[in-house]
Design a protein. Structure first.
Length: 134
């Protein structure tokens, strides 16, 4: 499948929802949408979340699974018609920075706990020495 922008994909998703409703008389699931558009489930889920954020579609939990509905197709025009700037490397760098910050916080907590343990051990030794002297 050729690389398209979010604007074009939004039109395809809304069209696929309409076609599926016409052919099957029920709104599609994300899986149905992915099959119809020949995209991966991950990409389909990402698109659905993005379009839900724009309030173009709505995903409702039903007993038979999550179903997709068109909420306001006119909001597609609010999406910029330029390629999405999906830079995997920058997202990976952000994740690494967040991970490093988390690891630093964990190390500081471990160091703090070790110091507390050491102080507690010293206090216990002092108490034992005072007890032995008596």
């Amino acid at each position: 499948m050729k690389k398209t922008n979010l604007y074009d994909m939004a039109h395809l998703v809304v069209s696929a929802i309409r076609i599926h409703e016409h052919q099957h008389s029920v709104p599609p699931t994300t899986e149905d949408l992915c099959i119809m558009l020949a995209i991966s489930p991950e990409e389909g889920s990402r698109l659905c979340h993005k379009l839900s954020d724009y309030e173009i579609i709505e995903a409702l939990q039903k007993p038979g699974g999550t179903r997709l509905f068109i909420k306001d197709h006119l909001k597609i025009e609010d999406i910029p018609a330029q390629p999405e700037n999906v830079n995997l490397q920058s997202e990976l760098d952000q994740f690494k920075k967040a991970r490093e910050a988390q690891m630093a916080k964990i190390k500081s907590i471990q160091t703090e706990q070790a110091e507390k343990k050491k102080k507690l051990h010293e206090e216990l030794e002092k108490k034992l020495k005072t007890i032995k002297k008596k």
